[in-house]
Design a protein around this ligand. Sequence first.
Ligand SMILES: CC(C)(COP(=O)(O)OP(=O)(O)OC[C@H]1O[C@@H](n2cnc3c(N)ncnc32)[C@H](O)[C@@H]1OP(=O)(O)O)[C@@H](O)C(=O)NCCC(=O)NCCS
Length: 172
Amino acid sequence: MSKKKKHCRESFVTMTEMVLPNDTNTLNNLMGGRLMHWMDIVSAIAAQRHSNRIVVTASVDNISFSKAIQLGNVVTLNAFVTRAFNSSMEVYIEVTAEDVPSGRKIETNKAFFTFVAVDQMGKPIDVPEIEPETAEEQELYEGALRRRQLRLVLGKRMKPEDANELKSIFKL
Ligand SMILES: CC(C)(COP(=O)(O)OP(=O)(O)OC[C@H]1O[C@@H](n2cnc3c(N)ncnc32)[C@H](O)[C@@H]1OP(=O)(O)O)[C@@H](O)C(=O)NCCC(=O)NCCS
């Protein structure tokens, strides 16, 4: 039986936060751990919307903190599911920071989180597939297979010799 298909927009989530003193480090910038907490929440909601299931965070790809987010900035996190496999879903998150008085907005972070849909016993359970609609969604969808293999190899859940998508990149 073919699996149900859903669009990326059906899982799209926007979360808006304001950086308060309790969110900052001693330089008055947003702490990385607080941002990762917000990213975990927004992406979990996206994965729940896609699967209509309880989800758990399975892995987080690398996150760089190249631009500081300052006290008082308004932080917007957008997230959606880029591709679903059996029980797992890759979620893409984009973060922007806005200095409201000046109207200046900067893109600060991008990341991929992987969630697994589980039943009441915590056992992985199948989720609908993704049907990309836009060019950006198609590109993310195609890249998701490569990223999945990379994270499974790094997590020692896949043998490097079985990662066919990576072989074509590294010409193995
Ligand atoms: C994630 C979890 C449900 C996987 O359970 P498991 O018994 O290892 O299940 P499986 O080996 O059958 O894998 C299930 C799916 O998880 C994916 N997965 C497992 N580990 C992964 C990892 N490190 N990165 C990406 N995907 C992973 C598998 O690829 C598989 O995906 P698929 O069904 O789409 O093919 C289980 O490890 C778990 O409950 N972990 C704790 C989750 C948690 O508490 N998160 C919050 C941490 S604070």
